[in-house]
Design a protein around this ligand. Structure first.
Ligand code: NDP
Length: 325
């Protein structure tokens, strides 16, 4: 038997619980992984609480991340004993995911775990950290350098935001952290933020163009915050948009794009092609300081993941949450 969180939608409504399951229940796949660690991301919290329709079929084991050791493989690239990491590809949404002691998945979805990381560190990074790295790589591809000017990061007390602040600082950028939690000032400065900006200052309708302040941006918020950031970009600034913590809407005008030549780059981690994933994990091994990762990480047991999901959505969790299996 193995233990997993299972989400059901039935006559009793939508509910998540910890269950013991027989391995025969595992879905189809060519690689079986003994999961050592998973993590709790914004999307996992939406799935567990049912606050957004993340789960596509039931029963579902949530968890968009996993890191562990291969126990069985019919895939040519993997053998028992290999350490692997998996982010996205629909696990925890349409295929049973990582909040489980065992997972059966497609080998094509796996990435060999970089030697620099333990399975726990890989999940301290998780989808949030890997997405932060995809944002940094996109900024670089658009030509941003530390000499270009300040980079603004929203949701800085959260997972994607925290890793983005740490990575960009290590790469030499001057980072402005946007947060709705002024009490996290010392934490954010510890990650390297040079200025802290109150999220409320970006949350009200703005003019089509505001004072040009930032050369680059990593945005997890969407909504008015993203619109305000676009209006405040410098000439030829680059914005990476990856999240919707502040909403799906995007109440902007074309002014930043046609008058300042601003570039808006969309970031998706779920179906991101394998070469880009491998590049992101390689750069994380190179550019993320493990000590800094530790300062933004807390550990919980599988049984704590359900209450932690509500805490995460209500802004009571800082940084990253690792789930030990
Ligand atoms: P977290 O919950 O860890 O962080 C989200 C942060 O957003 C919060 O900590 C808070 O930071 C900020 N926030 C909360 N509410 C609002 C609001 N109303 N307006 C603006 N900011 C708000 O989540 P993750 O870091 O895991 O994910 C962040 C976002 O990125 C989510 O929307 C998630 O779905 C998305 N995402 C997208 C991916 C992709 O592939 N495109 C991959 C990974 C994540 P603070 O208190 O500091 O303001």
């Amino acid at each position: 038997m193995f233990r997993a969180i299972v989400i059901d939608k039935d006559a009793n409504g939508y509910h998540a619980g910890l269950r013991a399951l027989e391995p025969v229940r595992l879905p189809d796949g060519d690689v079986t992984v003994r999961v050592e660690y998973s993590s709790l991301n914004y999307k996992d919290a939406l799935a567990i609480t049912g606050r957004a329709p993340v789960v596509r079929n039931f029963p579902m084991v949530p968890g968009i991340d996993l890191a562990g050791v291969v126990t069985e493989s019919d895939h040519p690239d993997y053998r028992p004993g290999d350490r692997v990491v998996l982010n996205g590809y629909g696990i925890g949404e349409s295929h049973w995911g990582g909040l489980s002691q065992l997972a059966r998945v497609r080998g094509d979805w796996l990435v060999p775990l970089p030697r620099a990381f333990s399975t726990r560190q890989a999940m301290a990074i998780g989808t949030a950290g890997y997405t932060a790295m995809l944002c940094v790589l996109a900024l670089e591809r658009q030509g941003l350098t530390p000499g270009s000017g300040d980079v603004v990061v929203t949701g800085a007390s959260g997972g994607v935001g925290g890793v983005a602040v740490a990575l960009l600082t290590r790469l030499g950028y001057r980072v402005v952290a946007v947060t709705g939690r002024p009490e996290e000032d010392a934490y954010l400065r510890g990650l390297g933020a040079r200025d802290i900006l109150d999220r409320a200052s970006l949350s009200h309708p703005c003019r089509p163009l505001e004072k040009a302040r930032w050369a680059g941006a990593v945005d997890v918020a969407g909504g008015q915050v993203l619109a305000s950031i676009c209006a405040g970009m410098q000439y030829r600034g680059v914005v990476t948009a990856c999240g919707l913590a502040g909403g799906m809407a995007f109440p902007t005008t074309v002014a930043p794009f046609i008058l300042r030549g601003v570039t808006l780059v969309g970031i998706d981690s779920v179906m991101c092609p394998r070469p880009d994933r491998i590049a992101a994990w390689r750069r994380l091994a190179q550019d993320l300081d493990p000590a800094e990762l530790e300062t933004m990480t807390q550990d919980i047991a599988l049984s704590d993941a359900i209450p932690a999901a509500t805490d995460l959505l209500e802004g009571r969790i800082r940084g990253r949450v690792v789930v030990a299996l």
